[in-house]
Design a protein around this ligand. Structure first.
Ligand code: C2E
Ligand code: MG
Ligand code: MG
Length: 594
């Protein structure tokens, strides 16, 4: 073989000379010495007969007195070698060492052999530090949260399940969900890096007061799961969480900002509130839901009453899902009126649900829930579909130039994907310029994405943008300056009895002049009485209004059947205003037709 290695060549050479043999031996020794794999040979006493360069380096050897090598691992290796030789078995072991190249992990293969009547241990060792680092990283990322370093859900789940198996239902422990309130707002307002830093700080504040046997885990964005094990009494648990709440309420100092956050906590106890991991979690979640609904920033221990509530809620959820599937929605339409000319400027579509018993429900009972359940996008598309279906009736009732407003929830407005699909659907109607979308001010102020990505899409299509319920949200007047909208709808709370309330009058004037400067039209919501209207006409330059005084929301089919006006009379009691306006039913929208 032409290209065979010198070692092979010499091994098959039949007439090798003494010189060649010696030469080959020297060559072999050099090869052995320089092999990139560590090679050692030990005798029965574990003494090293041979250590090549790679092995010396791996074992962190330095030359000692009289040319001896010294390494803190030698003794250990000798002992191990003796044992293996005595047992006469091969072994492959991982060995962490601090070698000449720093912290390393070696994979060493040991093999006892008999050569020329001597028992020897041949060992080879490879540096697998890099591979180990990758494995460790994979392990950590499978079980530990990168941001906070806390164990992930599966770790705490395993721990709780082990506790349940071992406890024989005797040893009590607590499981708690902790959720940072309004974290999305904090993230939107301060940015994601501050949001992340806040989560790390929250994790630290909780962890500082845990025992070795407790465990905190981050299970999703702003949600933590805590295991308190063991617990003595309900009282202890309540005290612990009260203290935790206080600690988490103290301001956080991040990136030069002082951030106030609060946390909602739902707790369940083993074995009283569940004998499985799933049951405990579900009940802690139910307790947490109660806290969120009662105004957040508190802790609650699960109880049976909560379970009944949760079941009732689930029923409502189910019926809402059915309603979406069965498209049991319709729209009431309410006119926007020019208060000087009494002409209809536009019309707002207000969604209604027809429940299983055929009773019409107002959006107050289901819109928020639909948003929580991720059903709101479907609902908005259903509203648009109904508008398209009713366009002839809309034109007949309100005039063919009346704008058509659709409400969009703030969380939809912040979702460019949905908003694009909605924009496409508006375009597909063939009359996108007739539409306005009404969004509450939160969408503008805290969600830059809406302002920068979504608004331009709609403006380019000629769809108007309206700020709904203005004045009760998060924005300040100065924030208005950055907003590009076409219309501001002043919330009803400012309009009610406006003629009697000088403070509201002042606010109204301020909003009015700002809107004027920014080229937005102003519309007063919820005008119910002649006095309110008279004030708006006499003391302001506000041009448009909407309210029961002019027209209630109406179902168009019923109007056209000339049922005596009260088409909203079937709206369930909950949605009906406490005080009925004298004129509410007297003015048919048709009266305002051009
Ligand atoms: P909004 O968009 O501010 O609509 C005005 C609400 O005030 C309507 O209640 C309307 O019936 C009521 N209203 C109008 N004039 C008067 C008045 O003079 N006095 C009183 N007391 N109330 C008046 P509605 O129909 O119950 O809707 C409530 C909210 O539900 C709406 O407030 C809107 O935020 C939301 N909504 C309605 N339809 C939809 C929809 O299709 N999608 C979404 N995301 N939200 C919707
Ligand atoms: Mg609206
Ligand atoms: Mg409104």
């Amino acid at each position: 073989m032409q290209n065979a290695s010198p070692l092979q060549a010499s091994a098959i050479s039949a007439d090798s000379t003494e010189f060649a043999a010696e030469h080959d031996l020297g060559l072999l020794r050099d090869i052995l010495r320089l092999l990139p794999t560590g090679v050692t040979v030990q005798d029965e006493e574990g003494r090293f007969l041979l250590i090549n360069d790679a092995a010396a380096s791996q074992l962190g050897m330095a030359a000692g007195p009289a040319g001896q090598f010294v390494s803190k691992y030698l003794d250990e290796r000798q002992k191990h070698g003796r044992e293996l030789l005595r047992a006469g078995r091969a072994a492959v072991v991982e060995m962490p060492v601090a070698g000449n190249g720093g912290e390393q992990v070696l994979l060493a293969a040991h093999r006892p052999v008999d050569i020329a009547g001597r028992k020897l241990l041949l060992s080879s060792s490879t540096d697998i530090s890099e591979q180990k680092a990758v494995e460790d990283h994979l392990f950590r990322s499978a079980y530990f949260d990168e941001l906070t370093g806390l164990p992930m859900r599966r770790v705490i789940e395993h721990r709780v399940q082990t506790l349940i198996q071992r406890s024989e239902q005797r040893d009590a422990f607590a499981v708690a969900f902790l959720d940072v309130d309004n974290f999305k707002h904090i993230n939107d307002y301060y940015g994601h890096s501050v949001g992340d830093a806040l989560l790390v700080e929250v994790a630290k504040r909780i962890s500082l007061h845990l025992r070795e046997t407790d465990m905190l885990s981050r299970i999703s964005g702003d949600e933590f799961l805590l295991l308190l094990n063991p617990i003595e009494s309900e009282m202890d648990v309540a005290d612990y969480f009260e203290a935790t709440l206080q600690r988490l309420k103290a301001p956080f100092f991040i990136d030069g900002s002082e951030i106030f956050a609060s946390t909602s906590i739902g707790v369940s106890l083993f074995p009283d509130h569940g004998r499985s991991y799933d049951a405990l979690l579900q009940n802690a979640d139910i307790a947490m839901y109660r806290v969120k609904n009662d105004g957040k920033g508190a802790a609650a221990l699960f109880d049976a009453g909560m379970e009944r509530e949760a079941l009732a809620r689930m029923k409502v959820e189910q019926s809402l899902r059915h309603a979406i599937l069965e498209k049991r929605f319709c729209c009431a339409f309410q006119a926007k009126v020019d208060i000087r000319t009494k002409e209809v400027k536009g019309v707002e579509a207000l969604v209604r649900l027809r429940d299983e018993e055929g009773i019409i429900q107002a959006p107050g009972t289901f819109v928020e829930l639909a948003a929580e359940l991720g059903l709101i996008d479907d609902l908005t598309h259903l509203v648009l579909a109904e508008i398209v279906r009713s366009i002839d009736l809309i034109n007949e009732t309100f005039g063919s130039t009346a704008t058509i407003s659709i409400n969009v929830a703030a969380r939809q407005a912040d979702n460019p994907e949905f908003m694009r699909s909605f924009a496409d659907a508006l375009e597909a109607t063939g009359f996108p310029r007739r539409f306005m979308i009404e969004v509450t001010e939160d969408a503008f102020v805290t969600k830059r994405r809406f302002q920068e990505v979504v608004v331009p899409i709609f403006r380019n299509m000629g769809v108007g943008i309206s700020i709904d319920d203005f004045g009760i949200g998060y924005s300040s007047l100065s924030a208005l300056a950055d907003i590009t909208a076409d219309e501001i709808k002043i919330d009803r709370s400012f309009i009610t009895d406006i003629h009697l309330r000088p403070r509201s009058q002042g606010i109204l004037r301020a909003i009015e002049s700002l809107a004027e400067a920014l080229g937005m039209s102003v519309i007063a919501e919820g005008v119910e009485s002649f006095e309110e209207l008279a004030y708006l006409q006499a003391a302001t330059r506000i041009r448009y209004a909407q309210g029961f005084y002019f027209a209630r929301p109406v179902f168009l089919e019923e109007l056209n059947l000339v049922v005596p006006a009260a088409s909203e009379s079937r709206v369930s009691e909950m949605s009906r205003p406490a005080q009925q306006s004298r004129n509410a039913y007297s003015s048919r929208p048709g009266r305002y037709r051009r």
